[in-house]
Design a protein around this ligand. Structure first.
Ligand SMILES: Nc1ncnc2c1ncn2[C@@H]1O[C@H](COP(=O)(O)OP(=O)(O)OP(=O)(O)O)[C@@H](O)[C@H]1O
Ligand SMILES: [Mg+2]
Length: 258
């Protein structure tokens, strides 16, 4: 399988390195790879650097040192214009707070990503119908965000992220604002996307249950990779039990949440 993402010895400092006392080392020598078709979870306590890592991979933030190679391209060296094109064509984002445009219907929100790519109306329509069916949102495509539940909004946001068939889907706490039923539906959608579309997913989460849908989990502590778990042939339940063991080691509750 082809390597989609290669993170090579990245470090990230916040604050002014010249001034003593106000520097935070948010990432410390992180390296890992993600292959095509993998579903990787990133877990770790609050403040461990998960969002920083995801933001650097999604090119929203910059690393201090190291390289991030996505689909053969080192994104740490890209300039503004090239970055915009790269983000539009190669990446799909799913945020905790959905980021849907209130004045557009679900359909129009999803179409936006394709319109920007200058695709034709017929092609756009067939791509949207296909993805809507996969995510179970065909019935609500005509609704505006205020007419949707949290779970439905999150699935519309997911449809928007994947409709362009990005090389890499990045999700930061995608179930963070959802109740357990909506979380389950979204995670089943992710599983389907991963297994049937072959989408490569990198997902940050606090939640062991959410993480148990991934095939591999990287645990981060104090800006470093602390442990790695591979699901292999485990059932999701078995994998979940292994996850909570590591979470306990990391100093979290043995419950659902770190
Ligand atoms: N813009 C910033 N300026 C300065 N420090 C920052 C900034 N963003 C994050 N940090 C610091 O970097 C560290 C890692 O933060 P990050 O947001 O990546 O953690 P996280 O693992 O996503 O936490 P959470 O689970 O609470 O979302 C923390 O110590 C945080 O205070
Ligand atoms: Mg975070």
């Amino acid at each position: 399988m082809e390597t989609i993402l290669s993170v090579e010895k990245i470090e990230k400092y916040y604050g002014n390195k010249g001034k003593k006392g106000n520097i935070t080392k948010a990432m410390d020598d992180i390296s890992f790879q993600v292959k095509e078709g993998e579903f990787v979870g990133i877990m770790g306590p609050s403040g461990s650097g998960k969002t920083t890592l995801l933001n650097c991979i999604s090119t929203i933030d910059h690393v201090t040192t190291g390289k991030i190679i996505i689909n053969g391209q080192d994104v740490t060296g890209l300039k503004k214009k090239a970055l915009e094109t790269f983000r539009r064509d190669e990446l799909g984002f799913i945020f905790q707070d959905f980021n849907l445009l209130d004045t557009l219907t679900a359909y129009e929100n999803i179409a936006l990503a394709l319109t920007i790519q200058k695709r034709g109306e017929t092609e756009i329509d067939s791509m949207i119908q296909k993805v809507a069916e996969k995510l179970g949102i065909t019935e609500i495509l005509g609704n505006y965000p205020f007419q949707l539940s949290g779970g439905q909004k999150q699935r519309v946001a997911s449809a928007r992220a994947i409709v362009t068939e990005p090389s890499l889907i990045l999700a930061d706490e995608p179930t963070g604002a959802l109740d357990s039923k909506s979380s389950n539906m979204l995670l089943e959608s992710f599983e389907k996307l991963n297994q049937e579309f072959g989408s490569t997913i990198l997902m940050v989460t606090h939640d062991s249950f959410t993480a148990s849908y991934a095939n591999r989990i990287l645990f981060i502590k104090d800006g470093r990779i602390f442990n790695e778990l591979v699901r292999g042939n485990d059932t999701r339940k078995q994998f979940f039990n292994k996850i909570i063991e590591v979470v306990a080691l990391l100093g979290g509750d043995v419950g659902n949440v770190l």
